[in-house]
Design a protein around this ligand. Structure first.
Ligand SMILES: Nc1ncnc2c1ncn2[C@@H]1O[C@H](COP(=O)(O)OP(=O)(O)OP(=O)(O)O)[C@@H](O)[C@H]1O
Length: 259
């Protein structure tokens, strides 16, 4: 159920503006990788290229390859909708569909993909996904209530359940805790630790402690100056990046000298 990602020489453009330059990166299956770096260095942009989500912005395009196991996501016959089925995404602000029930929210991605299921199979999928998202016990008695009635942290776990329900190989998370209180944040961090048993997880975070708590590998991005493209400066096991970074810029960033 989980695949590795190999990125080769990736450049990302918004029209004529090159936002990210020359990134090569390996993410092993069933690991958590954190992207860190100062604002504007291209973390979110790069993350979105891992499921072609950047393509929703007119004029955005990439050069290079993103391999999911042996398949180039940018190959000529690849359908971006299928890519997003394999590589799910959770955003900064929890975004359940407000008028839909909790149950319908979990099933929303499956329905979008045209999946046909019996009522029993749907109930099982809802229960399984909510359990994997550590939300089942809190909502099992109100599955038909609106998703918008949950707390922010619960809504974010609902969005994770929605991502899980389509059975992706990879889950991308773009600052998934930035809108959450500390307790909800810890709940999501615990959940990320559990998700990596089944999925490959990539998370963008501004929180250095969070990166060191949840990730196996950390990638530090930086940009030479405003208006220049972001680059991958250093990537390695999280423990090493935070204890003995090899680049001065990495050390300056993780010790809070800039960013
Ligand atoms: N839709 C867009 N159109 C044009 N340029 C964009 C767009 N989104 C981002 N950019 C530019 O791409 C660069 C990288 O932005 P991005 O949001 O990926 O950085 P980031 O590291 O995720 O920043 P932050 O930590 O503040 O979220 C920036 O110069 C930004 O202005």
């Amino acid at each position: 159920m989980s695949k590795r990602i190999y990125v080769e020489d990736l450049n990302v453009y918004y029209g004529k503006f090159k936002a990210v330059e020359d990134v090569s990166l390996k993410v092993e299956a069933r690991t958590v990788t954190a992207f860190i770096g100062p604002s504007g260095c291209g973390k979110s942009t790069f993350l979105r290229t891992l499921n072609r989500m950047h393509e929703v912005i007119p004029g955005a395009y990439v050069e290079g390859a993103v391999m999911l196991d042996d398949e180039n996501l940018y190959g000529p016959k690849i359908d971006p909708v299928q890519v997003r089925r394999q590589v799910g995404m959770v955003f900064q602000r929890p975004n359940p569909f407000p008028t839909m029930s909790i149950k319908e929210n979990v099933l929303a991605g499956v329905r979008l993909n045209g999946g046909r299921m019996s009522g029993k199979a749907m109930d099982e999928l809802v229960e399984h996904s909510l359990k994997q998202a550590n939300l089942w016990n809190e909502v099992k008695d109100r599955l038909n209530s609106p998703g918008s009635g949950l707390s922010g942290g619960q809504q974010q776990r609902l969005c994770i359940a929605r991502a899980i329900a389509v059975q992706p190989q990879v889950i991308l998370m773009d600052e998934p805790c930035s809108a959450l209180d500390p307790i909800s944040t810890l709940a999501i961090e615990d959940l990320i630790g559990e998700l990596k048993e089944n999925y490959t997880v990539v998370i963008v975070t501004h929180n250095m402690q969070q990166a060191s708590r949840v990730s196996d590998q950390t990638a530090f991005f930086n940009l030479a100056a405003q208006g220049k493209p972001g680059r991958l400066i250093e990537v390695g096991p999280t423990e090493r990046i935070f204890s003995t970074p090899q680049q001065q810029a990495t050390e300056d960033y993780i010790t809070g000298k800039f960013g």
